[in-house]
Design a protein around this ligand. Sequence first.
Ligand SMILES: [Zn+2]
Length: 148
Amino acid sequence: MAARAIRSSSAVSSPSHRAKGTTSGKKPPYTGEPKYALIFRALQRQRAALIRGAEAVVEQRPGLATFPDMNDQATAEADQNFALRIKDRERKLIKKIDEALDRLSTRTYGICEGCGEEIPVKRLKARPVTTFCIACKTRQEQEEHSRG
Ligand SMILES: [Zn+2]
């Protein structure tokens, strides 16, 4: 005789502390080549600084449309254009840094796009977002010169 003692299946109410916002502040672990760990951290720092800087530019320019004087308005617009140009340049650099960080985590970092050789770490430290070794970069620049 099978004593069927099926109790009302008490749904195991596991205490689900869902940690909110763990992505902010906490840095993802570095999974790339150990020899690039310093570059990885330097890029992360640079990225954070750029984003802070971009925010500061915006904060410095509140309420542009409230200038009664036309000259002030024009100055404000020029300032705005200047800020946008800086932001555009920063955005491009942030994108490059993002791509470099991506290559670091997928272990494709430090390979020259021109010749497929490893870019010397010394060069990567000086220019972490580069995707060319010095020889290829030089050749590329010479070609650009002869073209234009
Ligand atoms: Zn190369």
